[in-house]
Design a protein around this ligand. Structure first.
Ligand code: HEM
Length: 231
């Protein structure tokens, strides 16, 4: 029996899949779209850079989660020692942690530049208002990710910075609302193990899931409107 050429196997597999669901058509529709020539101006790149940085964050975050222990009980707390272990012992742990840290910082700068570009070219105007609003939500999520991530190393700096943040949030008027926000964030009378668990849950599950969902919506909107023209 003649050995089939790998290409024939590939065609057969793709045909088989396409008979069950129009994968080729779906991928073509998703990937191939004519982009206007003006979109190669450098200032259209910042949204894509934000996207790449978020992918970096997801990948390095998953690697950090392999070793991080969100437990602030005991002294020294496992949360603290696990971060020290990542930094000093895990193979390339310092690099993964460093990339996560620096991407987070650069991400905020890039989001602000991207937003400034959208503002400068007036791209928030009709029909793109909803996409601007989706953007504002993503900006808030990026900032909250930084805030919640800051506590996770559970060192003195993280602890007292979070205490200050929670105090600020807790001072929101009226007093009952402030006290309620503080209680929700802190999970107890002081910043302690429940606070760490809450911040960890937000940082690792809730906010990443939300931002991935919103990025999908953002990109669907961009596809629907096409990119806005320069001034
Ligand atoms: C945080 C994650 C974000 C990602 C991954 C993202 C990604 C992108 C990308 C790839 C584009 C295509 C054009 C370009 O890159 O300039 C774009 C366009 C756009 N973005 Fe964002 N963006 C984010 C945040 C924001 C924010 C914070 C705002 C505003 C508050 C915003 C508002 C818009 C609008 C209105 C457009 C359409 C612009 C046009 O058609 O010229 N985005 N975004």
């Amino acid at each position: 029996m003649a050995i089939p050429h790998p290409r024939d196997i590939q065609v057969a597999v793709v045909d088989w899949l396409d008979e069950r669901y129009p994968f080729t058509k779906a991928v073509d529709e998703a990937l191939y779209q004519r982009v206007p020539n003006f979109a190669n101006a450098f200032y259209y790149c910042f949204g894509g850079m934000v996207f790449i940085l978020i992918v970096f964050q997801l990948l390095t975050g998953i690697l950090l989660a392999l070793y991080y222990v969100p437990d602030a009980s005991g002294n020294p707390a496992p949360a603290y020692t696990s971060v020290q272990f990542i930094q000093n012992t895990v193979y390339l742990g310092w690099l993964i942690r460093g990339v996560h840290f620096w991407s987070a910082n650069i991400l905020i700068v890039m989001v602000l530049i991207h937003m400034a570009r959208v503002y400068w070219t007036g791209s928030y105007r009709a029909p793109r208002e909803l996409n601007w609003m989706v953007g504002v939500l993503m900006l808030l999520i990026v900032l909250t990710l930084s805030l919640t991530g800051y506590l996770l190393p559970w060192d003195t700096k993280a602890y007292f910075a979070t205490e200050v943040t929670i105090k600020i949030a807790g001072s929101a008027p009226p007093a009952q609302l402030g006290a309620f926000i503080k209680e929700i964030l802190q999970g107890g009378p002081v910043v302690g193990p429940p606070t760490l668990l809450r911040f960890f849950t937000l940082h690792v599950f809730v906010l990443p899931a939300l931002i991935v969902l919103l990025m999908y919506v953002h990109f669907r909107f961009i596809r629907a409107h096409g990119i806005s023209e320069p001034l």
